[in-house]
Design a protein around this ligand. Structure first.
Ligand code: CIZ
Ligand code: SF4
Length: 319
Protein backbone atom coordinates (compact mmCIF):
# COMPACT_ATOMS: atom_id res chain seq x y z
CA UNK A 1 0.00 0.00 0.00
CA UNK A 2 2.86 2.38 0.83
CA UNK A 3 4.49 1.61 -2.49
CA UNK A 4 1.16 1.85 -4.25
CA UNK A 5 0.55 5.31 -2.82
CA UNK A 6 3.96 6.49 -3.94
CA UNK A 7 3.34 5.19 -7.44
CA UNK A 8 -0.03 6.85 -7.63
CA UNK A 9 1.41 10.17 -6.49
CA UNK A 10 4.15 9.94 -9.05
CA UNK A 11 1.69 9.19 -11.86
CA UNK A 12 -0.60 11.97 -10.71
CA UNK A 13 2.28 14.49 -10.89
CA UNK A 14 3.31 13.27 -14.33
CA UNK A 15 -0.23 13.65 -15.64
CA UNK A 16 -0.27 17.33 -14.63
CA UNK A 17 3.20 17.93 -15.97
CA UNK A 18 2.31 16.43 -19.36
CA UNK A 19 -1.26 17.80 -19.60
CA UNK A 20 -2.54 14.25 -19.75
CA UNK A 21 -5.63 12.40 -18.55
CA UNK A 22 -6.38 8.71 -17.91
CA UNK A 23 -9.22 7.12 -19.85
CA UNK A 24 -9.78 3.71 -18.24
CA UNK A 25 -12.07 0.78 -18.94
CA UNK A 26 -14.27 -0.93 -16.33
CA UNK A 27 -12.23 -4.13 -16.74
CA UNK A 28 -8.91 -2.67 -15.59
CA UNK A 29 -7.66 -3.21 -12.03
CA UNK A 30 -9.31 -1.40 -9.09
CA UNK A 31 -6.07 0.56 -8.53
CA UNK A 32 -6.17 1.96 -12.05
CA UNK A 33 -9.88 2.77 -11.93
CA UNK A 34 -9.45 4.57 -8.61
CA UNK A 35 -6.48 6.53 -9.91
CA UNK A 36 -8.36 7.55 -13.07
CA UNK A 37 -11.19 8.89 -10.93
CA UNK A 38 -8.90 10.65 -8.44
CA UNK A 39 -7.04 12.45 -11.22
CA UNK A 40 -10.05 13.72 -13.17
CA UNK A 41 -10.06 11.00 -15.80
CA UNK A 42 -12.85 8.59 -16.55
CA UNK A 43 -13.76 4.97 -16.00
CA UNK A 44 -16.21 3.82 -18.64
CA UNK A 45 -17.19 1.42 -21.41
CA UNK A 46 -15.59 1.76 -24.81
CA UNK A 47 -18.27 4.10 -26.15
CA UNK A 48 -17.97 6.54 -23.26
CA UNK A 49 -14.18 6.25 -23.30
CA UNK A 50 -14.23 7.38 -26.93
CA UNK A 51 -16.51 10.28 -26.16
CA UNK A 52 -14.62 11.37 -23.05
CA UNK A 53 -11.24 11.31 -24.80
CA UNK A 54 -12.63 13.28 -27.71
CA UNK A 55 -14.24 15.97 -25.55
CA UNK A 56 -11.54 16.36 -22.90
CA UNK A 57 -9.13 19.30 -23.33
CA UNK A 58 -5.97 17.37 -22.34
CA UNK A 59 -3.32 17.16 -25.04
CA UNK A 60 -2.37 13.57 -24.19
CA UNK A 61 -4.74 10.69 -23.54
CA UNK A 62 -3.54 7.72 -21.50
CA UNK A 63 -5.79 4.87 -22.55
CA UNK A 64 -5.85 2.12 -19.92
CA UNK A 65 -7.65 -0.70 -21.68
CA UNK A 66 -6.89 -2.64 -24.81
CA UNK A 67 -5.41 -1.59 -28.10
CA UNK A 68 -8.56 -1.01 -30.13
CA UNK A 69 -9.61 1.57 -27.51
CA UNK A 70 -6.35 3.45 -28.03
CA UNK A 71 -6.79 3.29 -31.78
CA UNK A 72 -10.34 4.61 -31.57
CA UNK A 73 -9.14 7.50 -29.43
CA UNK A 74 -6.42 8.33 -31.96
CA UNK A 75 -8.81 8.15 -34.92
CA UNK A 76 -11.31 10.47 -33.26
CA UNK A 77 -8.67 12.94 -32.08
CA UNK A 78 -5.65 12.70 -34.40
CA UNK A 79 -4.23 15.94 -32.99
CA UNK A 80 -3.82 14.38 -29.55
CA UNK A 81 -1.06 12.06 -28.40
CA UNK A 82 -2.45 8.70 -27.33
CA UNK A 83 -0.30 6.56 -25.03
CA UNK A 84 -1.02 3.17 -23.48
CA UNK A 85 0.64 1.34 -20.58
CA UNK A 86 1.41 -1.39 -23.11
CA UNK A 87 0.52 -1.87 -26.76
CA UNK A 88 0.53 -5.63 -26.19
CA UNK A 89 -2.89 -5.41 -24.58
CA UNK A 90 -5.14 -6.67 -27.35
CA UNK A 91 -8.43 -8.59 -27.60
CA UNK A 92 -9.38 -12.04 -28.87
CA UNK A 93 -12.07 -10.46 -31.06
CA UNK A 94 -9.53 -8.17 -32.72
CA UNK A 95 -6.99 -11.00 -33.16
CA UNK A 96 -9.67 -13.29 -34.60
CA UNK A 97 -10.69 -10.85 -37.32
CA UNK A 98 -7.70 -10.03 -39.57
CA UNK A 99 -8.39 -7.16 -41.96
CA UNK A 100 -7.55 -9.03 -45.18
CA UNK A 101 -9.79 -12.01 -44.43
CA UNK A 102 -12.49 -9.66 -43.29
CA UNK A 103 -12.29 -7.69 -46.55
CA UNK A 104 -12.75 -10.92 -48.50
CA UNK A 105 -15.82 -11.74 -46.39
CA UNK A 106 -17.26 -8.29 -47.15
CA UNK A 107 -16.50 -8.70 -50.86
CA UNK A 108 -18.51 -11.93 -50.82
CA UNK A 109 -21.56 -10.06 -49.46
CA UNK A 110 -21.68 -6.75 -51.34
CA UNK A 111 -25.40 -6.29 -50.73
CA UNK A 112 -25.04 -6.08 -46.93
CA UNK A 113 -24.54 -3.19 -44.55
CA UNK A 114 -21.26 -3.88 -42.73
CA UNK A 115 -21.64 -3.53 -38.96
CA UNK A 116 -18.56 -4.13 -36.80
CA UNK A 117 -18.11 -4.17 -33.07
CA UNK A 118 -15.80 -1.57 -31.55
CA UNK A 119 -13.49 -4.47 -30.56
CA UNK A 120 -11.74 -4.51 -33.96
CA UNK A 121 -8.63 -3.02 -35.56
CA UNK A 122 -8.69 0.34 -37.31
CA UNK A 123 -8.30 -1.47 -40.64
CA UNK A 124 -11.45 -3.53 -40.03
CA UNK A 125 -13.36 -0.42 -39.00
CA UNK A 126 -12.18 1.27 -42.19
CA UNK A 127 -14.10 -1.33 -44.15
CA UNK A 128 -17.30 -0.90 -42.13
CA UNK A 129 -20.46 1.15 -42.62
CA UNK A 130 -21.18 1.15 -38.89
CA UNK A 131 -19.24 0.66 -35.68
CA UNK A 132 -21.27 -0.36 -32.63
CA UNK A 133 -20.61 -1.13 -28.98
CA UNK A 134 -22.74 -3.56 -27.03
CA UNK A 135 -24.76 -0.67 -25.59
CA UNK A 136 -26.18 0.25 -29.03
CA UNK A 137 -25.72 -2.96 -31.07
CA UNK A 138 -29.35 -4.01 -30.85
CA UNK A 139 -30.74 -0.55 -31.63
CA UNK A 140 -28.54 -0.19 -34.72
CA UNK A 141 -29.60 -3.63 -36.00
CA UNK A 142 -33.26 -2.71 -35.47
CA UNK A 143 -32.74 0.63 -37.19
CA UNK A 144 -31.21 -1.06 -40.25
CA UNK A 145 -33.65 -3.94 -40.29
CA UNK A 146 -36.63 -1.55 -40.15
CA UNK A 147 -35.25 0.04 -43.31
CA UNK A 148 -35.05 -3.30 -45.10
CA UNK A 149 -31.25 -3.53 -44.91
CA UNK A 150 -29.41 -6.84 -44.61
CA UNK A 151 -26.46 -6.97 -42.24
CA UNK A 152 -22.96 -8.41 -42.27
CA UNK A 153 -21.94 -8.67 -38.62
CA UNK A 154 -18.44 -9.00 -37.13
CA UNK A 155 -16.68 -10.24 -35.16
CA UNK A 156 -18.49 -11.52 -32.01
CA UNK A 157 -20.77 -14.43 -32.86
CA UNK A 158 -22.51 -14.51 -29.45
CA UNK A 159 -23.36 -10.83 -29.48
CA UNK A 160 -24.39 -11.20 -33.14
CA UNK A 161 -26.65 -14.16 -32.44
CA UNK A 162 -28.24 -12.28 -29.53
CA UNK A 163 -28.88 -9.23 -31.71
CA UNK A 164 -30.31 -11.46 -34.44
CA UNK A 165 -32.67 -13.23 -32.04
CA UNK A 166 -33.89 -9.96 -30.57
CA UNK A 167 -34.18 -7.90 -33.76
CA UNK A 168 -35.06 -10.55 -36.33
CA UNK A 169 -32.59 -8.82 -38.67
CA UNK A 170 -31.18 -10.68 -41.66
CA UNK A 171 -27.54 -11.21 -40.64
CA UNK A 172 -24.50 -13.15 -41.79
CA UNK A 173 -21.89 -13.53 -39.12
CA UNK A 174 -18.16 -13.66 -38.52
CA UNK A 175 -17.26 -16.42 -36.06
CA UNK A 176 -15.27 -14.56 -33.40
CA UNK A 177 -15.61 -14.74 -29.63
CA UNK A 178 -14.39 -13.10 -26.44
CA UNK A 179 -12.29 -15.58 -24.46
CA UNK A 180 -13.60 -14.17 -21.19
CA UNK A 181 -17.36 -14.17 -21.79
CA UNK A 182 -17.36 -17.38 -23.79
CA UNK A 183 -16.31 -19.24 -20.62
CA UNK A 184 -19.48 -18.63 -18.64
CA UNK A 185 -21.31 -21.92 -18.13
CA UNK A 186 -25.09 -22.36 -18.37
CA UNK A 187 -25.26 -25.46 -16.12
CA UNK A 188 -23.24 -23.82 -13.39
CA UNK A 189 -25.34 -20.69 -13.61
CA UNK A 190 -28.58 -22.66 -13.27
CA UNK A 191 -27.16 -24.32 -10.12
CA UNK A 192 -26.01 -20.99 -8.71
CA UNK A 193 -29.47 -19.48 -9.23
CA UNK A 194 -30.92 -22.23 -7.04
CA UNK A 195 -28.47 -21.37 -4.27
CA UNK A 196 -29.34 -17.65 -4.47
CA UNK A 197 -33.02 -17.46 -5.45
CA UNK A 198 -33.19 -13.76 -4.57
CA UNK A 199 -30.33 -12.82 -6.91
CA UNK A 200 -30.87 -11.07 -10.24
CA UNK A 201 -28.72 -12.34 -13.10
CA UNK A 202 -26.98 -9.64 -15.16
CA UNK A 203 -25.33 -10.88 -18.35
CA UNK A 204 -23.13 -9.26 -21.00
CA UNK A 205 -24.26 -10.30 -24.51
CA UNK A 206 -20.80 -11.58 -25.49
CA UNK A 207 -21.78 -14.64 -23.40
CA UNK A 208 -23.15 -17.88 -24.91
CA UNK A 209 -26.89 -18.05 -25.72
CA UNK A 210 -27.64 -20.60 -22.95
CA UNK A 211 -26.24 -18.13 -20.40
CA UNK A 212 -28.04 -15.12 -21.89
CA UNK A 213 -31.27 -17.12 -21.73
CA UNK A 214 -31.10 -17.17 -17.92
CA UNK A 215 -30.54 -13.44 -17.55
CA UNK A 216 -32.86 -10.98 -15.87
CA UNK A 217 -31.01 -8.19 -17.68
CA UNK A 218 -28.81 -8.52 -20.78
CA UNK A 219 -26.68 -5.45 -21.31
CA UNK A 220 -23.40 -3.66 -21.87
CA UNK A 221 -21.14 -2.95 -18.92
CA UNK A 222 -22.78 0.43 -18.30
CA UNK A 223 -26.24 -1.12 -18.53
CA UNK A 224 -25.21 -3.82 -16.03
CA UNK A 225 -23.98 -1.20 -13.57
CA UNK A 226 -27.19 0.81 -13.94
CA UNK A 227 -29.34 -2.29 -13.44
CA UNK A 228 -27.44 -3.22 -10.27
CA UNK A 229 -28.03 0.26 -8.88
CA UNK A 230 -31.70 0.43 -9.80
CA UNK A 231 -32.98 -3.08 -9.08
CA UNK A 232 -34.13 -3.98 -5.59
CA UNK A 233 -32.49 -7.39 -5.33
CA UNK A 234 -30.03 -7.79 -2.42
CA UNK A 235 -27.57 -9.70 -4.59
CA UNK A 236 -26.59 -10.11 -8.20
CA UNK A 237 -24.93 -12.81 -10.26
CA UNK A 238 -22.70 -11.10 -12.80
CA UNK A 239 -21.63 -12.58 -16.13
CA UNK A 240 -18.94 -10.20 -17.34
CA UNK A 241 -15.30 -9.41 -16.51
CA UNK A 242 -14.54 -9.23 -12.76
CA UNK A 243 -13.02 -5.78 -13.21
CA UNK A 244 -16.55 -4.39 -13.18
CA UNK A 245 -16.87 -5.25 -9.46
CA UNK A 246 -15.03 -2.03 -8.58
CA UNK A 247 -17.84 0.09 -10.07
CA UNK A 248 -20.61 -2.24 -8.94
CA UNK A 249 -19.49 -1.99 -5.32
CA UNK A 250 -18.99 1.75 -5.60
CA UNK A 251 -22.43 2.35 -7.14
CA UNK A 252 -24.35 -0.15 -5.02
CA UNK A 253 -22.37 -0.54 -1.78
CA UNK A 254 -25.13 -2.35 0.12
CA UNK A 255 -25.57 -5.10 -2.44
CA UNK A 256 -23.67 -8.32 -2.92
CA UNK A 257 -22.09 -9.31 -6.22
CA UNK A 258 -21.17 -12.83 -7.22
CA UNK A 259 -19.29 -13.78 -10.37
CA UNK A 260 -21.15 -16.22 -12.63
CA UNK A 261 -19.50 -19.65 -12.89
CA UNK A 262 -16.87 -20.29 -15.54
CA UNK A 263 -15.03 -23.42 -16.55
CA UNK A 264 -12.38 -22.73 -13.91
CA UNK A 265 -12.16 -24.22 -10.44
CA UNK A 266 -14.48 -22.01 -8.44
CA UNK A 267 -12.96 -19.88 -5.73
CA UNK A 268 -9.45 -21.09 -6.48
CA UNK A 269 -9.54 -19.65 -9.99
CA UNK A 270 -8.21 -16.14 -9.55
CA UNK A 271 -7.93 -15.40 -13.24
CA UNK A 272 -11.44 -16.58 -14.13
CA UNK A 273 -13.64 -14.06 -15.84
CA UNK A 274 -10.79 -11.62 -16.14
CA UNK A 275 -9.36 -10.48 -19.44
CA UNK A 276 -5.63 -11.23 -19.61
CA UNK A 277 -5.06 -8.21 -21.86
CA UNK A 278 -6.90 -5.79 -19.60
CA UNK A 279 -4.76 -7.18 -16.77
CA UNK A 280 -1.61 -5.99 -18.56
CA UNK A 281 -2.47 -2.46 -17.45
CA UNK A 282 -0.76 -1.86 -14.11
CA UNK A 283 0.42 1.06 -11.98
CA UNK A 284 4.01 0.13 -12.81
CA UNK A 285 3.73 0.48 -16.58
CA UNK A 286 1.43 3.45 -16.15
CA UNK A 287 4.19 5.18 -14.17
CA UNK A 288 6.63 4.87 -17.08
CA UNK A 289 4.10 5.70 -19.78
CA UNK A 290 5.80 9.03 -20.64
CA UNK A 291 9.34 7.67 -20.62
CA UNK A 292 9.09 4.92 -23.17
CA UNK A 293 8.95 5.20 -26.92
CA UNK A 294 7.20 1.88 -27.61
CA UNK A 295 3.75 2.73 -26.35
CA UNK A 296 2.32 5.50 -28.50
CA UNK A 297 -0.66 4.67 -30.71
CA UNK A 298 -0.24 5.44 -34.39
CA UNK A 299 -2.91 4.85 -37.02
CA UNK A 300 -2.24 5.12 -40.74
CA UNK A 301 -3.93 8.40 -41.76
CA UNK A 302 -5.66 6.84 -44.80
CA UNK A 303 -7.13 4.06 -42.66
CA UNK A 304 -7.98 6.54 -39.92
CA UNK A 305 -9.94 8.72 -42.30
CA UNK A 306 -11.96 5.76 -43.54
CA UNK A 307 -12.56 4.45 -40.02
CA UNK A 308 -13.69 7.88 -38.86
CA UNK A 309 -16.96 7.70 -40.81
CA UNK A 310 -18.49 4.62 -39.11
CA UNK A 311 -17.11 5.79 -35.76
CA UNK A 312 -18.79 9.18 -36.09
CA UNK A 313 -21.98 7.37 -37.02
CA UNK A 314 -21.69 5.38 -33.79
CA UNK A 315 -21.29 8.51 -31.69
CA UNK A 316 -24.09 10.35 -33.49
CA UNK A 317 -26.44 7.38 -33.18
CA UNK A 318 -25.74 7.04 -29.47
CA UNK A 319 -26.09 10.78 -28.82
O1 CIZ B 1 -15.81 -6.80 -23.56
C1 CIZ B 1 -15.41 -5.67 -23.85
O2 CIZ B 1 -14.28 -5.47 -24.24
C2 CIZ B 1 -16.32 -4.55 -23.68
C3 CIZ B 1 -17.50 -4.75 -22.87
C4 CIZ B 1 -16.08 -3.38 -24.26
C5 CIZ B 1 -16.94 -2.22 -24.07
O3 CIZ B 1 -17.82 -1.98 -24.90
O4 CIZ B 1 -16.81 -1.50 -23.09
FE1 SF4 C 1 -11.65 -8.53 -25.80
FE2 SF4 C 1 -13.06 -10.03 -24.18
FE3 SF4 C 1 -10.88 -8.82 -23.29
FE4 SF4 C 1 -13.08 -7.39 -23.87
S1 SF4 C 1 -12.87 -8.90 -22.25
S2 SF4 C 1 -10.98 -6.89 -24.43
S3 SF4 C 1 -13.90 -8.54 -25.61
S4 SF4 C 1 -10.95 -10.43 -24.87
Amino acid sequence: PEQERALKERISGLLKQHNAVIVAHYYTSPQIQALAEETGGCVADSLEMARFGHDHPAQTLIVAGVRFMGETAKILTPEKRVLMPTLEATCSLDIGCPADEFAAFCDAHPDREVVVYANTSAAVKARADWVVTSSIALQVAEYLSDRGRKILWAPDRHLGAYVQRESGADMVMWEGACIVHEEFKARGLADMKKVYPDAAVLVHPESPAAVIEQADVVGSTTQIINAAREMDNPRFIIATDQGIFYKLQQQAPDKEFIIAPTGGKGATCRSCAHCPWMAMNALENLATVFERSDNEIAVDPVIAEKAMRPLRRMLDFAA
